[in-house]
Ligand binder design. Structure first.
Ligand code: ADP
Length: 339
């Protein structure tokens, strides 16, 4: 954030917000692209991390699966080091005010802006039904951010357009209702590190829609099978290989420290090092990287009441914060409440 006197957020305290969609099992792409940044940020600022189950309903129509994925995301975050004493982790649907704010934003968003939504067009092109929820997804996302007074949003490159819609809404809201004083902050992207796209086992972007993922908590035979299935070219074992064009190395690079990276890249270039060797190396790196989290997750899975309590308390704090902002928003737009 800039400190210039024209900083639109100068009068707001810094608040980090981010949502996580419970629409599938979290995978290595989610980990390196988003979760790792969330874990790194969550202790440093006032922050709100929520499991966006309303958003998941745009594509997931299986109640049991939605409940399971929602619970699993909470388990995953806690196992990966999220400390509920330092931040708030909760379910989006525990803060119903978010839909109230979304409605107000619906009335302020040009349809033409949503029609340009890359994410919407991508999902429809992938064969998902073009429901109104999917179309209006960025509006609910904007409400998610602004209802907590979010000033900083950790985002990947794929989310930048949606954040622009959110920023436009905040600016429009302030212009229309602010009478010269901004009511809502204009959130900024919080890019901790530029993350390369994590490839899936078939070499395309790792994504649950492509069925090419390696789950963060995959282990044993299932993990081995996935790692061994990573697509490589057919360069014979003895010949030199280019690490920079190899899907296995792209994953090794994410887990390995500098020295290990250099060592493996050297082995690729020297020849006599096969893709099977590289896959074994990767398997070891993944297993080691998540060893502690895997143990913690198993322990947490034995204590569902604890996980529920974390979500309940996070939700309570989320509602409190949301109500604070909604009181100002209702007043600004002229909605009368009599209760
Ligand atoms: P999916 O593509 O599996 O549906 P999501 O769209 O739910 O994943 O991704 C949530 C976040 O995880 C994204 O905003 C992005 O930051 C990150 N992410 C997902 N897949 C990848 C990937 N392959 N490489 C890097 N980041 C990713």
């Amino acid at each position: 954030m800039s400190d210039s006197p024209t900083d639109p957020n100068a009068s707001f305290s810094p608040i980090v917000v981010s949502g996580i969609q419970p629409s599938g099992t979290l995978h290595l792409g989610n980990y390196f692209g988003a979760i790792r940044q969330h874990i790194a940020l969550h202790e440093a600022h006032e922050s709100y991390f929520f499991i966006v189950n309303y958003h998941a309903l745009t594509t997931l129509h299986d109640a049991e699966a939605l409940r399971r994925y929602s619970h699993d995301v909470a388990l995953d975050y806690l196992a990966l080091g999220f400390d509920p004493e330092k931040s708030n982790l909760f379910l989006q649907s525990d803060v119903p005010q978010v839909n109230e704010l979304a409605w107000i934003f619906y009335t302020m968003t040009p349809v033409s802006q949503l029609e340009k939504g890359v994410s919407y067009k991508d999902k429809v092109a992938q064969g998902l039904s073009a429901n109104a929820g999917l179309f209006n997804y960025p509006i609910l996302q904007a409400a998610d951010i602004l209802i907590y007074g979010g000033t900083q949003v950790p985002v990947g490159a794929d989310q930048k357009q949606n954040l622009e819609i959110c920023r436009d809404l905040a600016i429009r809201f302030n212009d229309r209702f602010g009478k010269g004083t901004p009511i809502l902050p204009v959130p900024e992207p919080y890019i901790l590190e530029e993350v390369a796209v994590v490839p899936g086992v078939d070499g395309r972007k790792m994504s649950k829609s492509y069925g090419n993922t390696i789950g963060i908590f995959d282990e044993g035979k299932a993990l081995k099978k996935k790692v061994m299935s990573i697509v490589t070219d057919s360069t014979p074992l003895e010949e030199p290989k280019d690490p920079d064009t190899c899907n296995v190395f792209a994953l090794i690079r994410l887990f390995a420290d500098e020295a290990k990276r250099e060592e493996v890249a050297g082995a690729y270039r020297a020849g006599g090092y096969g893709y099977g060797h590289a896959k074994k190396e990767l398997l070891g790196l993944i297993t080691e990287h998540f060893a502690e989290a895997r143990e913690k997750r198993k322990e947490l899975a034995e204590h569902p009441a604890y996980v529920e309590e974390v979500l309940r308390e996070g939700g309570r704090k989320g509602r409190e914060q949301a109500e604070k902002w909604m009181t100002q928003v209702r007043d600004a737009v002229g909605l009368i409440t009599t209760y």
